[in-house]
Write a protein that binds this ligand. Structure first.
Ligand SMILES: [Zn+2]
Length: 388
């Protein structure tokens, strides 16, 4: 069995070790500080005798290191170093993950942990069960309080029976053997885990859940940051909130109710606009040009699909429709029954394209737009004049 130096001393990142066996480019050492991954915690990276370790793997209780194109000899001593920056980040993130899930499950006991992904640059918990933003915010506050209390993190072995009775968080069905490694974080959390953790919670610095997103099937991904990254993100979010308050012209505590009221106002406004536009469309009085009934109108803010529905109706009744909606540009829809002899495509070519617009379709129906909405009136007038 390879001696797991990372379990004796999680802070050891440089060590000397003897090579006991080779298998191609894979080497087995008598002891290693390289963590082979597991429990959602990423594998370590680093160097052995100056060469990159591109993979670490556990096989039958031994830990193997892949060092491409190495010329190491069995029995020789090697100088090894684990990439400390990323390992320390992962250790802190992993300890923070215990605390975050422990707090969440205390707040909502029906929550279950599905998956953990802790690597440098990405820290994610996937949980299933009922979860609200209030739950997450409360857990976040509790974890940060426990971080500032600098609780001691201890690891010890426990008998399986004792673990069952003590209520340590563990998936016992997945753990082999009569004993298990238990990680205790002060009186805050206690869970079975064979990963690597920091010694004191103060090392984590801070925790911030930056994203809570549905992962389908009633589960959620919680992405979190720790340390300086959490503080920077908190500052950025604070700046966004303060600017939002300035923009809304309300105190910061009123941002959410103000947005909620604005949203409702917009919904009411849109509903009224739709109703009024519908009335305007219904009330267009056709003008008769050389025996053809032409329904022409410019209507601010109306949806294109409503113009299309009206244009279809006019065509079916044997007429011509020239309908224009004004937003940040002018959208037009033109239809003409075959019996009128009008060709909608020629209207686009003769009247709309010369004014910078575009559009296309069939002889009896075209749609398109004019980038400058102030041109709409002139376009409509020129079409009507041409058919006087
Ligand atoms: Zn752990």
């Amino acid at each position: 069995m390879t001696v797991r130096l990372y379990q004796r001393d999680p802070y050891l990142f440089e060590f000397e070790s003897r090579i006991e066996e080779k298998d191609g480019d894979w080497i087995r050492l008598d002891g290693t500080a390289f963590y082979p991954g597991g429990g959602g915690q990423a594998k370590d990276k680093g160097r052995i005798n100056g060469q990159d370790v591109s993979d670490v793997e556990e096989r039958d209780g031994h830990i193997w290191h892949l060092v491409p194109e190495n010329r190491f000899k069995v029995g020789g001593m090697l100088w090894c170093s684990v990439d400390w920056d990323s390992r320390y980040d992962v250790m802190k993130g992993h300890t923070a993950e215990h605390m975050l899930f422990g707090a969440l499950q205390r707040i909502e006991p029906r929550l279950q942990l599905i998956k953990i992904d802790i690597e440098a640059g990405m820290k994610r918990l996937t949980v299933t069960g009922p979860l609200t933003r209030d739950n997450v915010e409360e857990a976040e506050r509790e974890v940060n309080r426990a971080i500032s209390e600098n609780l001691e993190v201890q690891r010890f072995e426990m008998d399986r029976e004792e673990a069952e009775e003590s209520g340590v968080r563990a998936k016992l069905e997945r753990i082999q053997g009569d004993t298990l490694d238990v990680v205790e974080i002060g009186d805050f959390d206690s869970a079975a885990c064979a990963g690597i953790h920091v010694m004191e919670t103060g090392e984590i610095g801070a925790l911030l859940v930056e994203r809570m997103a549905s992962a389908g099937g009633g589960s959620h991904n919680l992405d979190f940051l720790i340390g300086d990254a959490a503080v920077s993100k908190a500052l950025q979010l604070s700046h966004v909130s303060l600017r939002a308050a300035d923009m809304l012209g309300c105190p910061i505590d009123n941002v959410l109710p103000t947005i909620s009221n604005l949203k409702k106002d917009v919904e009411d406004g849109s509903r009224n606009l739709r109703r009024l536009s519908g009335q305007v469309l219904d009330n267009i009085r056709p003008i008769v040009l050389k025996g053809v009934k032409v329904h022409a109108a410019i209507i601010p803010g109306i949806a294109r699909k409503e113009l299309i529905a009206k244009a279809d109706e006019v065509r079916e009744q044997g007429g011509v429709a020239i309908l224009i909606s004004i937003n940040d540009r002018a959208d037009f829809v033109i239809s003409a029954a075959e019996s009128t002899g009008w060709d909608c495509r020629s209207l686009v070519e003769s009247f709309i394209k010369p004014r910078g617009g575009s559009g296309g379709g069939r002889k009896d129906f075209v749609q398109g737009g004019l980038p400058d909405p102030s041109e709409a009136e002139a376009v409509l007038r020129s079409i009507l004049d041409a058919f006087q």
